[in-house]
Design a binder for this molecule. Structure first.
Ligand code: G3I
Ligand code: 9MR
Length: 578
């Protein structure tokens, strides 16, 4: 007798579910695991590329891989294939790499680079105005550094904070030759610390003002969402004024300018309102006085239309400072014994004199400054490190180039800058990371950007597309095409610093750091190595740690952000808006 059992509906359902499970598992097994993961071994500009710009990726330890694909992210479809370059190596990065050049891809979209055996890169965009958000964030980074006011949520989002350092009652340190109290409110905190330093504040402002002077219409009122937005004046000018107002308080009655306003030592990693040790105005010197003269003369031009009275105040302050500096032309600032905050050391003031004379000449058209300029011989060879001391003559040169009509000074300058830009472009082609810095000092990211700023001036003198390409490729380094694989501007890119040496970011209880701040970058001298475990024999370009104690590689600073502001502003103006 044949026996049979009836198939119950439940067992059919169970079989069906089992089948689905096996099918799904099969699908998952067939999916290369790396498709959903990004590898750090392919370095790209994690923010993105302009459609018409050159586009390169660096593939680390590529082994036998000989080609690459560009994959469009939403469909994971290959849209371009290409050959990798031959193997290249650069001791300063300690890596063997091949380059993927996908400049031919111009269509807007989101993409990844794929290399068989290596995997998929972090995603990136190809888009017009692709760096605009980063530009605005880098400017707003300076707003987040404002001292003497609370940052409201409406402007600062989750990084809102209470008012700290009103600086309405600060002491004169004996090094000023004065005693008692004074008021020196507003201004930007210098960096991860809460000091306010004239030299670096003036330099950073000067660099950002160069951008404004060349492209005055690019940042409009309301673009940055800061408290002054809506007052009818460009937000960039409003941000400048917050720092300028403080700078003006740092001038003594005799015209000389004090060096800094800080506590005696650095505060702990606490919020501004908790860092309440007494603050002092400290020292005086030729460098702060000349930097002050330069930036206030520049401000006098920039504010002439929007606020003529303010512009006049700035010009008078600048001329008084110049007169003082001429009579005190070699006063080097050194920290008094009881002071251990930053020194911004410099003992050669030729470049400061040049910057101040250039700005004063352009603003006043007075022969005194022109004659003085003719007596100074300036070397325009780029020197890495300490941009407040080694780069400010470029700000002066830019002022002259922008404002002078036909003039022998201008022609000489054009030649000098073209020559240096050509040297830098050549150097940037000599290594696989496409940037010309070969000595990684404290704040090296700003050095990289400053070389781009020089090449940008060459492009303005002679609009050869190779200069523009070079500025773009150098900028890629900052956004991830470097030996660390990090995009160094906080809040941008997939792999971005989380633990910058920045007191508010450490203490505010918000997991992400304050956005729009540029990490200092690789620093082969590792002055913080007693507090940070760098990998043994870290190559110079890898001497960077995303760790809060790494003040020598992962702090943020006004003059590093200002370099980013200039270069991103230039690129947006010359590439995206055209
Ligand atoms: O240039 C020399 C190099 O030739 C030498 O081989 C090397 C050996 O250590 O030193 C190099 O100089 C270093 C210089 O930075 C340039 O890289 C100095 O040692 C180093 O002390 C100096 O560090 C400066 C640091 O303050 C300490 O004074 C940084 O440039 C400067 O950016 C930094 O600025 C601080 C302010 O003082 C306080 N606020 C935060 C700000 C940013 O970190
Ligand atoms: O925290 C300080 C940082 O803001 C300064 O830029 C830096 C400049 O030297 O110094 C940091 O302070 C460090 C000090 O110099 C050495 N001891 C460790 C301090 C940081 O934890």
């Amino acid at each position: 007798m044949r026996s049979y059992t009836r198939t119950s509906p439940w067992s059919v359902l169970t079989c069906f579910l089992l089948f689905c499970l096996i099918f799904l598992q099969g699908c998952l097994e067939n999916t290369p695991p790396e498709k959903n993961l990004n590898t750090d071994a392919i370095r790209i500009n994690q923010v993105g590329y302009y459609p018409q710009s050159s586009k390169k990726a660096i593939v680390v330890d590529p082994g036998k891989a000989t080609n690459f694909e560009i994959v469009e992210v939403s469909k994971m479809e290959t849209v371009l294939t290409g050959d990798l370059s031959k193997s290249l190596s650069w001791d300063l990065a300690g890596e063997t790499v091949k380059v993927a050049d996908f400049s031919g891809l111009q269509e807007s979209g989101s993409y990844k680079v794929y290399v068989e055996g290596i995997g998929y890169s972090h995603p990136f965009e190809i888009e017009s105005a692709v760096l605009n958000d980063a530009l605005k964030a880098a400017i707003k980074g300076q707003y987040y550094q404002r001292a003497g006011m609370g940052l409201e949520q409406a402007f600062a989002d989750k990084w809102e904070r209470a008012l700290g350092h009103p600086d309405d009652s600060v002491l004169f340190h004996p090094s000023t030759g004065k005693s008692g109290f004074t008021s020196a409110p507003k201004g930007w905190y210098d960096a991860g610390d809460y000091g306010k330093y004239v030299v670096n504040g003036a330099f950073s402002l000067g660099q950002m003002m160069s951008y404004y002077e060349q492209y005055p219409d690019n940042i409009a009122d309301g673009d940055l969402n800061i408290p002054e937005s809506g007052n009818g004046v460009s937000d960039l000018l409003d941000e400048f004024k917050y720092e300028l107002d403080w700078l003006l308080t740092m001038q003594d009655e005799d015209g000389g300018v004090f060096f800094k306003l800080t506590t005696k030592g650095f505060a702990g990693m606490v919020m501004p309102e908790e860092a309440v040790k007494p603050r002092y105005i400290i020292g005086k010197g030729t460098a702060p006085t000349l930097d002050f003269a330069a930036v206030l003369a520049k401000a006098a031009r920039i504010f002439a239309d929007v606020d003529p009275t303010y512009a006049q105040t700035c010009l008078e302050a600048a001329e008084n400072a110049w007169a003082w500096a001429k009579n005190n032309d070699a006063l080097i600032y050194r920290n008094p014994e009881d002071i251990s905050t930053g020194e911004y050391g410099d003992s050669n003031f030729t470049q400061e004199f040049y910057w101040a004379a250039a700005e004063l000449f352009v603003t006043t058209n007075s022969e005194t400054y022109e004659e003085y300029l003719k007596t100074i011989n300036i070397d325009f060879t780029f020197t890495p490190g300490e941009s407040w001391a080694n780069f400010m003559h470029y700000i002066g040169a830019i002022a002259l180039l922008e404002n002078l009509e036909e003039n022998p000074i201008k022609e000489q300058l054009q030649q000098a800058i073209l020559k240096e830009a050509d040297r830098l472009v050549k150097m940037s082609k000599s290594n696989a990371y496409f940037q010309p810095v070969a000595d990684f000092q404290w704040g090296s990211n700003s050095d990289v950007l400053n070389t781009a700023m020089i090449i940008a001036q060459a492009y303005r003198i002679k609009p050869d597309p190779s200069y523009l390409n070079s500025v773009q490729e150098i900028t890629d380094y900052i956004f991830g095409k470097n030996a660390t694989g990090y995009c160094f501007l906080t809040g941008f890119g997939t792999k971005t610093p989380q633990f910058i040496h920045h007191r508010p970011s450490s203490a505010d209880g918000v997991s992400e750091p304050v956005p729009g701040l540029l990490s200092g970058g690789p620093n082969s001298h590792q002055q913080d190595k007693h507090e940070v475990d760098y990998p043994e024999n870290a190559a110079p370009m890898k001497s960077w740690m995303d760790m809060e104690p790494s003040f020598a590689s992962n702090e943020v600073c006004l003059n590093w952000n200002s370099a980013a502001v200039y270069v991103l502003g230039f690129l947006e103006a010359e590439t995206a808006l055209k």
